[in-house]
Design a protein around this ligand. Structure first.
Ligand SMILES: *[C@@H]1O[C@H](CO)[C@@H](O)[C@H](O)[C@H]1NC(C)=O
Ligand SMILES: *[C@@H]1O[C@H](CO)[C@@H](O)[C@H](O)[C@H]1NC(C)=O
Length: 364
């Protein structure tokens, strides 16, 4: 499998550093959700960006990675696996909550065990997005790259369990599609890479059209139960407060307005897909309001710090700027954000568990 990692004209490291992603979900329980008796979810399969990347970028020639301390500081054995956080990410938490397995391995991991293919793998890549320019800027896997990997995966799965079982796994698994924040924050606002060609209404059209096309493609390959995460309130992550939140580091309103506009277009696209694709259960997951609630009412959820990340100053560090030389906070569970862009495992848990409870029945 070969990927082209094009060097874009925007490859300044500053852009890449902000080109990661932000957000999402879970609750501090290990309780496995109870599924209806005749329902089975054999695997969790993730596509998208750093919110669900479990280590694919370790194997790319990109600076958008984090397979070094203090990343993974609260992971079992303190291992920096390449997950963009201090512990598990939503791909893992969803699989755990569904009682499937504890960790969803990165598809590009050379140590990947063939047995893992039956219960799900991750194709996501930190810094990626719906806009094809977004992964180019970061030299990471585009959604087209991820789709090619998925096709290769299906071939391997056929070899392991046969075509009938493969069809069953593909149709009954839960797919996570998580992207959009890098498009808005990095490609559009920070890199200014699209501002001359597009205003926000036309750029969010581009994003929503690309999302719809990708969902059509995975449906054509057999996916039916698909959770599509909304864009988060990206203007409220610590790095964007620093860059665009003014003297008082408030939330960058125009970023949040762009995220909301994208989300309304995404909702309409998903409605249309569900009408046109037989047996599809493509579900819009409202991460926007869930994360905003955590940010606006942290104490209600047991958090004390929301404007800074746990790593370094917390104002700007992400990826290589959050490194072994960076001091970290005493207890990441007090923080909504681990670095200046990505939530802590505790925040992901506080988000994901209620979201799963809320949306699970929509998939059956
Ligand atoms: C599962 O059972 C419920 C209630 O008995 C039924 O309505 C539903 O159609 C069943 N679903 C499947 C996939 O068999
Ligand atoms: C960290 O904070 C969490 C939540 O406030 C608390 O439950 C936990 O005991 C703390 N851990 C340590 C080592 O202080």
């Amino acid at each position: 499998m070969q990927f082209l990692f094009s060097l874009s004209s925007f490859s300044s490291s500053a852009i890449v550093l902000f080109s990661l992603i932000a957000f999402v979900l879970f609750c501090n329980t290990n309780a496995v959700l109870r599924l209806p008796q005749n329902i089975s979810v054999p695997a969790v399969i993730a596509f998208g960006d750093s919110i669900v990347d479990t280590g694919n970028n370790n194997h790319l020639k990109s600076v958008v990675k984090c397979n070094f301390a203090p990343y993974g500081n609260d992971f079992s054995g303190k291992v920096p696996t390449g997950r963009f956080g201090n512990g598990k990410v939503p791909a893992d938490l969803v699989a755990e909550e569904l009682g499937i397995k504890e960790l969803v391995p990165a598809y590009l991991d050379p140590q990947l065990q063939p047995q893992e293919l039956k219960t799900g793998v991750c194709f996501a890549s930190g810094g990626s997005g719906y806009d094809p320019l977004t992964p180019k800027i970061a030299s990471v896997l585009s959604l087209d790259d991820q789709l090619r990997m998925f096709k290769e995966y299906i071939g391997k799965l056929n070899g392991i369990v046969g075509t009938e079982r493969t069809k069953f796994i593909l149709a009954n698994s839960l797919y996570l599609v998580v992207a959009g924040s890098d498009d808005i924050a990095n490609t559009y606002f920070v890199a200014h890479a699209r501002e001359l060609q597009y205003d926000i209404p036309s750029y969010t059209d581009l994003m929503a059209n690309s999302a719809s096309e990708f969902l059509n493609q995975i449906y054509a390959l057999g996916a039916r139960r698909i959770a599509v995460f909304s864009a988060p309130p990206i203007g409220c992550v610590p790095s964007q407060r620093t860059l665009a939140g003014g003297l008082h580091r408030g939330c960058a309103d125009k970023y949040n307005e762009a995220a909301k506009m994208f989300n309304s277009k995404l909702t309409a696209k998903l409605d249309s897909l569900n009408r046109n694709l037989p047996n599809s259960r493509i579900v819009y997951i409202d991460v926007y309001n869930a994360l905003l609630d955590l940010i606006e009412n942290p104490e209600n959820h047991g958090f004390h710090v929301v404007e800074k990340g746990c790593c370094g100053t917390g104002d700007i560090e992400v990826a290589i700027l959050c490194n072994p030389a960076s001091p970290i906070c005493e207890n990441a569970s007090d923080y909504v954000f681990w670095d200046s862009y990505h939530p802590t495992e505790a925040a992901y848990k506080a988000l994901i568990s209620p979201l799963l409870q809320r949306y699970l029945s929509s998939f059956f």
